[in-house]
Design a protein around this ligand. Structure first.
Ligand SMILES: [Zn+2]
Ligand SMILES: [Zn+2]
Length: 340
């Protein structure tokens, strides 16, 4: 039986930072896990090499043909008509049911309902309804949705900020855990809430964010977000405001901790290379591309239930802090090795 070490380290922030640096992802890991990185050709713009298609994609051919998904490009004719070229570039694949659909700029051309399973297939059946794999979906939504990035190379991507190098402040560069909630818009998965937590569990930043594009689906089952969060809420931020706020205390050397943090950094549109990813620190025993969920890590390592109803970004960020404190306690205080 694994003895549970304490979750407080008694370390000052500078020492904590130093110890956490041994878990940082390498540039190669960042790239291969699909983290946004700065384009070597287009300064300030992002490249994402997305290795995790939820479904077999029909868009492989398109990617290899153009060498890019060109989300920054505009291939529609001025009069809005479909040409062979823009048919290709406006074809999306639904992240829920895998059907193809078309979005032209901010307008859905395909308006059929999305019938899907919200659970994952596991041992031949879906976790949501236990129906056999391949069977018709158990829930439906008004429209299909897409993630905003496609399988393979996505570049150059606009609207990103790159964290800047800064002279080390006396108290260190800082360590924070980040978790975001996203909803589906015409532009893909977009940020609608961001939570930043310090290593002592204190919430540093927790804001709702209004997506730039039209919201198609609040993704409430997973995000916990509904239209009420944006209605008559004067504290809702824009992504630009979030960038300004976060860049005040996050520099290039600040350690950001998260679970599969590439998804959060994509939604935040932040290019940052100093990352601890708990899905890598606590790997799946089959190795990549398999990754343990945050919920299952918390259950098996800390014997705690999280995400019992829907996701709470503060709770998830705190969970990442606790997992890393546990890891430090094990690795630096000679507790028994963690088996996950
Ligand atoms: Zn189902
Ligand atoms: Zn769909």
């Amino acid at each position: 039986m694994l003895e549970k070490p304490p979750l407080t380290t008694g370390l000052n922030v500078a020492e904590l930072e130093k110890r956490l640096r041994r878990y940082l992802l390498t540039p190669k890991q960042l790239e291969s896990l699909g983290y946004p990185t700065e384009s070597p050709l287009h300064r300030g713009k992002a490249v994402i090499c997305n290795p995790f298609p939820p479904y077999e994609s029909v868009r492989d051919a398109r990617c290899s043909e153009s060498g890019s998904n060109g989300s920054g490009s505009d291939e529609m004719e001025d009069d809005g008509t479909l040409t062979d070229r823009n048919v290709q570039s406006n074809l999306r694949r639904c992240a829920r049911c895998s059907r193809g659909f078309f979005v032209l700029r901010d307008k859905y051309l395909t308006t059929e309902r999305c019938v899907y399973h919200y659970g994952k297939p596991f041992r031949g059946s879906y976790s949501c309804c236990q129906a056999p794999e391949g069977s018709a979906g158990c829930v439906s939504a008004k429209l299909h949705v897409w993630t905003g990035v496609e399988l393979g190379v996505n570049s150059p991507l606009n609207g990103y900020v790159v964290t800047k190098p800064r002279k080390m402040p006396p108290e260190g560069y800082g360590v924070y855990a980040i978790d975001c909630e996203m909803c589906y818009t015409t532009g893909g998965l977009e940020l609608c809430k961001v939570s930043v937590v310090a290593m002592n569990g204190v919430v540093i930043y927790d804001k709702y964010v209004k997506p730039d594009n039209t919201i198609v689906d609040y993704n409430t089952r997973f995000s916990g977000i509904t239209h009420k969060h944006f209605h008559n809420n004067s504290s809702v931020k824009s992504l630009k405001e979030v960038h300004e706020d976060l860049m005040e205390f996050i520099s290039a050397d600040t350690i950001l901790i998260g679970h599969a943090l590439e998804n959060d950094l994509k939604a935040l549109k932040i290019i940052h290379g100093t990352v601890v990813d708990t899905s890598v620190t606590f790997p799946h025993h089959f190795g990549l591309p398999y990754r343990r969920s945050l919920r299952s890590l918390m259950k098996s390592i800390l014997q705690r239930d999280i995400q019992t109803s829907c996701h709470d970004s503060v709770q998830d960020a705190v969970a990442c802090v606790e997992l890393m404190l546990f890891r430090l306690a094990c690795d630096f205080h000679h507790f028994p090795k963690i088996t996950v």
